[in-house]
Design a binder for this molecule. Structure first.
Ligand SMILES: Nc1ncnc2c1ncn2[C@@H]1O[C@H](COP(=O)(O)OP(=O)(O)OP(=O)(O)O)[C@@H](O)[C@H]1O
Length: 587
């Protein structure tokens, strides 16, 4: 059930959007003034008609008709001009605001920690920066304007009607009571339906996005019809909600249509009786009815405007759910640049649980990686290796304890500085729909072509030279036009290119064949000789790169030493390696 709180939060969040309107306040004020002036001119026309009927027509005075006719013509031209000005400038500020909010959400999404993106479906985010923003734009460019203009028109016209003939005027004013009752009932259900529809749109966008990304898996398992059925039921749900929403609007609009028409009929009957009794002139009745007709559109459009406002409220709720999410991993006050770094990385009694979970994934890790040393992290699957190395570039922050770089807590370093020092390459590399060069430049924007070629050579990624446009070849979305091994090598080149003092490599060679892996390892050995490196290792062959190995089990470091020491003295290490070797052989 929709609660009063939902409505209040919708109103509050919609009101918070006013700051985006501020840069356009002059245009917006001009727009409202043009709209109000256009309406005022429209209202003046029936008053001229009254003069025409009660003056020149009643007194058979064609001379008087000419002046009033010219005035009516002038009013017509003025109204048309003002309507043109309003329509011409109506959308520009709303579009400007939409673009500003969209950019702010995008920038905020980038500031938000990885943990936020772990929890949120990408389709829900996509729907917020597209569909929800469009709803808000529609409200700001049309709904809000017409709400102001229609309410002003209603107040002025009812005031004039009361002035023309107060009993009939009060009758028209009284018709607002059922309108208020209808709108209250409408808003009670529409807000909830509108929110449901926006959420379902987000769910559907997520499904499309996930299917597009996982199409190979879907096809290879022959599960197209299963996925289509799932999508179909989501689409049906959305359709049902949209139909429900449309029907609520239709029912309410019909009631909004009925009220002014019934009032008009009552006014015509009562007005004719008043004219017959001599308490109202024909001209006054014609002016009264013509003015009253001017209320029909503002009242009829009320359903649409209220609906639009409700949608804008739920859309702004959804947008502020993202904008209000705190970027929890940010520079601490007083954080400084890393400066020249030797590269000693120390885990000091580090505990870590994923946000929203009480179960610690890492439990009291204490470990020092000396400058220039390469440490391999080995352990069974799910023991926390990726989590451990993700803490070094602060993709997540430790729950307790600390990680230091040359003795300084990494949280005391500026994020940008830390990420210049720490280079990363993950097992599942992310490439963007950009050229190879642009993808590599994410590692270092000012890299020269020579440096890029050197990094490519080190990562054994010379295949780039054979791509149709070399470095300028655009790789498809997520790098899907490349093989898994090619993507991994590009990601490795990107990490090397930034010449980091600390390199974090999470099983970056897993998709390479044995021959290429050996070549990359040979080249990497040179890079690693003077770089501190944390290497998550699954394949025993990669351990050759490491000076020392840490064995992780259940989130605890159970042994550290050289490969041969552990092999000789730690049975659990032998077990992990033989299991890994068996998996590698099977692959
Ligand atoms: N984003 C996340 N949110 C919540 N829990 C997570 C998240 N990522 C990993 N975990 C959990 O943390 C534990 C450690 O995961 P992690 O990926 O660090 O293991 P791993 O040793 O690298 O595994 P693998 O060898 O299979 O890559 C697992 O139990 C996993 O379910």
């Amino acid at each position: 059930m929709r609660t009063k709180g939902d409505h209040q939060s919708g109103v509050r969040n919609l009101w918070r959007l006013r700051r985006y309107l501020r840069p356009y306040r002059l245009q917006f004020t001009g727009l409202i003034l043009a709209a109000l002036a256009g309406t005022a001119v429209g209202i003046a026309v029936p008053l001229v008609i009254r003069r025409v009927v009660d003056g020149p027509i009643a007194h058979h005075d064609p001379g008087g008709l000419f002046a009033l006719g010219a005035l009516a013509l002038l009013l017509g031209v003025a109204e048309a001009t003002l309507t043109f000005i309003r329509r011409w400038s109506q959308s520009s500020q709303a579009l400007g605001m939409e673009a500003t909010i969209r950019q702010e959400i995008y920038a905020h999404l980038q500031r938000l920690p990885v943990a936020f993106h772990d929890r949120w479906q990408s389709g829900q985010l996509l729907a917020r920066v597209t569909a929800d923003l469009s709803v808000i734009r529609r409200f700001l460019s049309f709904g809000l304007l017409f709400l102001i203009v229609n309410l002003a028109t209603y107040a002025v016209v009812v005031g004039l009607l009361i002035q023309l003939h107060w009993p009939l005027g009060l009758l028209v004013a009284a018709s607002s009571v059922p309108l208020v009752v209808v709108s209250r009932r409408f808003t009670r259900t529409y807000l909830r339906t509108s929110r449901r529809m926006q959420d379902e749109q987000g769910d559907l966008a997520t499904q499309v996005e996930e299917t597009a990304r996982g199409l190979r898996t879907v096809k290879s398992f022959g599960r197209q019809s299963f996925m289509s059925d799932q999508f179909g039921s989501g689409a049906d749900r959305l359709r049902d909600t949209a139909v429900d929403k449309g029907r609520q609007l239709a029912g309410t609009s019909a009631q909004f249509d009925l009220v002014p028409n019934l009032t008009l009929a009552a006014v015509l009957v009562a007005g004719a009786m008043e004219v017959a009794a001599g308490r109202l002139t024909i001209g006054e009745l014609v002016a009264f009815v013509t003015l009253q007709l001017m209320l029909i559109w503002p009242i009829e459009s009320l359903g649409w405007i209220i609906g639009n406002a409700q949608e804008a409220m739920t859309a702004s709720d959804r947008i502020y759910e993202v904008l209000d999410a705190p970027p929890s991993i940010v520079d601490r006050p007083g954080a400084t640049k890393a400066g020249p770094v030797k590269g000693e990385v120390c885990f000091d009694n580090v505990w870590f649980s994923y946000p929203g979970s009480d179960v610690p994934v890492l439990r009291g890790i204490s470990l020092t990686v000396r400058p220039g040393e390469t440490l391999a992290v080995v352990g069974t699957t799910g023991c926390g290796k990726t989590t451990l190395v993700s803490l070094v570039p602060r993709l997540y922050d430790v729950t307790s304890g600390r990680i230091t770089l040359d003795g300084r807590d990494i949280r005391d370093l500026r994020m940008c500085s830390l990420r210049e020092v720490v280079g990363v390459a993950f097992e599942e590399p992310t490439l963007f729909s950009m050229s190879v060069r642009e993808n590599l430049a994410l590692g270092r924007t000012d890299a020269t072509d020579d440096e890029i070629h050197e990094a490519l050579a080190l990562a054994q990624a010379d295949f780039v030279e054979d791509l149709p446009w070399g470095l300028d070849t655009r790789v498809g979305e997520q790098g899907l036009s490349l093989s898994g091994g090619q993507r991994q090598r590009l990601a490795l080149a990107r990490a090397i290119l930034s010449r980091p003092r600390v390199l974090v490599l999470d099983d970056p060679l897993s998709a390479l064949d044995v021959h290429t892996e050996a070549l990359v390892e040979k080249a990497l050995a040179g890079v690693l000789s003077d770089t501190t490196a944390l290497l998550v290792v699954h394949r025993p062959s990669t351990i050759a790169l490491a000076d020392r190995v840490a064995l992780l089990a259940g989130g605890v470091i159970v042994a550290t030493g050289t490969h041969s020491e552990l092999l000789a003295t730690v049975p659990a290490y032998r077990a992990v390696l033989s299991e890994a070797a068996a998996i590698a052989d099977a692959a």
